[in-house]
Design a protein around this ligand. Structure first.
Ligand SMILES: [Zn+2]
Ligand SMILES: [Zn+2]
Length: 197
């Protein structure tokens, strides 16, 4: 299977290097070595040119997926940002900031989860997941509700998340019930999709 080792691959060809069991982009030669770079960028390494072969489609794909994953994991700690003019976003981001300020990690995670859930439900179009003309109805504000899942009790719709939390705290103290369903609602305006000439 030995072939000529000189300029065996074009620059940018994705090749498999058995010595490092890695897939990389062929960058050229340095002396007797081939220079490879991780797919998606990173530190280059030297390989024996005669041992390289073109990567299979499966190897190229998994190297690309790894590169994409490492890119996105660099960004994943980024918490969701509140959407402008949305009262629910502002409240939930406020809860999260309060929790962070008092180093309450689990409350911070809770607020993040609520914020993500709320945004997925109400802002998916604004966040680019789908085309639509849904916008928050800022003057209407938001509503919060917590319902016990161990009995029929519930907070009812409240204007501020702290009121809901106070109800929940009291209910847990009185009954020992610990499981709740929490919802955040806001009001939205669907602007008519009239095309502008
Ligand atoms: Zn919102
Ligand atoms: Zn209960």
């Amino acid at each position: 299977m030995a072939e000529s080792t000189e300029n065996q691959f074009e620059t940018g060809t994705v090749v498999y290097d058995p010595a490092s069991d890695s897939v990389g982009e062929y960058r050229g030669t340095v002396g007797p070595y081939a220079l490879l770079r991780p797919v998606g960028g990173g530190r280059e390494w030297e390989a024996r040119p005669e041992s390289l072969r073109p990567a299979t489609p499966g190897e190229r794909l998994s190297a690309g997926v790894r590169a994409a994953n490492s890119r996105s994991s660099q960004h994943s700690p980024e918490p969701p940002a509140p959407v402008r003019d949305c009262a629910a976003c502002a409240d939930l981001a406020g809860l999260r900031d309060d929790a962070r300020a008092r180093h309450d990690g689990s409350a911070e995670t809770d607020a993040d989860v609520l914020l993500r859930r709320h945004q997925l439900r109400y802002h998916a179009p604004l966040l680019g997941l789908r085309e639509s003309a849904l916008v928050p109805d800022a003057p209407a504000g938001a509503e919060y509700e917590t319902a016990c899942t161990e009995c029929p009790a519930g907070s009812g719709a409240r204007r501020h998340p702290a009121d809901v939390e106070a109800w929940r705290h009291g209910h847990t103290r009185e009954t020992g019930h610990a499981r709740y369903r929490r919802t955040v609602a806001d009001y939205a305006v669907y602007e008519s999709q009239v095309s502008v000439p």
